[in-house]
Ligand binder design. Structure first.
Ligand code: 6CS
Length: 357
């Protein structure tokens, strides 16, 4: 692998234990202080991501921390953590819920057993193919930013923003994925949300969920034959090195959430909350450009990698339609078997997407 993930993860683990022992968070309390003292308040927070230095989530968190530091004239400082220091993606969510950390970037693909409605992002061919339009929906959707966000808050997770890390593509060994039939008994790696597994069962695949920390080895050893991710991640995590094919399928967009512990957030002074909210808005365009830049640049790296050649197949609209047809039954499954609100959030989201066309 390009990065020595194991070494990084071990170092981060040691570091994170040291940090939890030291404590963190707000340096002092505002209660009982006059306004001039409150103005001097300083804050030290932790922001954990599911990715490594240089990757999209980590770059987001670094930029977010930098902007907050500038806005607050140095009163707010943040430690940004790479993936692995606090355990798996699911462990990180638990740390956020129990306020061991204040901020986290969370992929809904790891919260599906808890917030069932959040699995709406597992549905293939739901968002517009035009990524800019998809991001606009993520920015403005009431179904997501109000209704779905409220369901996350019931679980002590406050989503501040939903944003895309790019269109997802498939990579594979043994078979180039061009038709639903190619997925027959195909050993597909997914994130942990059960509906993602359902989406691949609809194509006839045999899906297994695992953390991405185990994925390179699983692909290399043939424990799984393929996976889905945006191009930047396929290249940066070196998955292409151990995959024969990459199918440009654009079957879904990768969605990440900027989240905060709600109790912590609600107890912050108004001006500090405002700085956070402003930064979240500013980051929408910034991260869209960053993911575009990384996805474009790293596609070039995969194409140029003659040491580890990967055959790239681009699906035609007709080929995509065959997958879309199968994927529609998963929407029904979501409405009838997964949703706890009779599919209301999905219905509203579909209306919003249609209205934006
Ligand atoms: O495949 C995954 O699980 C990982 N993919 C991305 C783009 N970010 C983090 C996530 O855990």
């Amino acid at each position: 692998m390009k990065k020595n993930t194991i070494l990084i993860l071990s170092l981060l683990l040691v570091f994170s234990f040291a940090l939890s022992a030291c404590g963190g968070g707000q340096e002092s309390q505002t209660e009982g202080k006059n306004p001039s003292q409150v103005a001097e308040e300083t804050y030290h927070w932790r922001f954990v991501t599911e990715e490594l230095d240089g990757q999209v989530q980590y770059e987001y968190a670094q930029e977010f921390a930098k902007r907050l530091n500038e806005k607050s004239n140095g009163r707010i400082t943040m430690d940004v953590f790479e993936f692995g220091g606090l355990g798996s993606e699911v462990d990180q969510v638990e740390q956020l819920q129990s306020r061991i950390i204040e901020f986290a970037i969370v992929s809904p693909g790891f919260t599906g057993t808890m917030v069932k409605e959040g699995q709406v992002f597992a549905l293939h061919f739901l968002f517009p193919d035009d990524l800019k339009k998809a991001q606009d929906i993520l920015n403005t959707s009431e179904a997501l930013n109000t209704d779905l966000a409220a369901l996350y808050e019931e679980h002590n997770i406050k989503p501040l923003a939903f944003w895309t890390e790019g269109a997802m593509q498939w990579t594979s060994n043994d078979v180039a994925l061009r038709t639903p039939d190619d997925f027959k008994n195909f050993k597909m790696r997914t994130q942990t949300s059960p509906l993602i597994l359902e989406s691949y069962k609809a194509y006839g695949a045999d899906p297994t969920s695992m953390s991405w920390g185990e994925l390179y080895t699983a692909l290399d050893r043939g424990t799984v034959q393929g996976q889905e991710n945006p191009i930047f991640f396929i290249e940066d995590a070196s998955f292409h090195e151990v995959q024969e094919y990459m199918t440009i399928s654009q079957h879904n967009i990768y969605v990440a959430m900027t989240t905060v512990n709600p109790t912590f957030y609600n107890n912050l002074p108004e001006d500090i909350r405002q700085m956070i909210d402003e930064t979240v808005i500013e980051m929408q365009d910034w991260i869209f450009e960053e993911q575009t830049r990384q996805n474009n640049a790293l596609l070039g790296n995969i194409e140029k990698d003659t040491e580890h050649p990967t055959e790239i197949i681009t699906l035609t609209e007709e080929q995509r339609a065959a997958f879309k047809e199968k994927a529609l039954q998963v929407r029904e499954y979501y409405t009838n078997n997964v949703s706890t609100v009779d599919g209301k959030i999905l219905k509203k989201l579909i209306k919003e997407i249609e209205a934006d066309k």
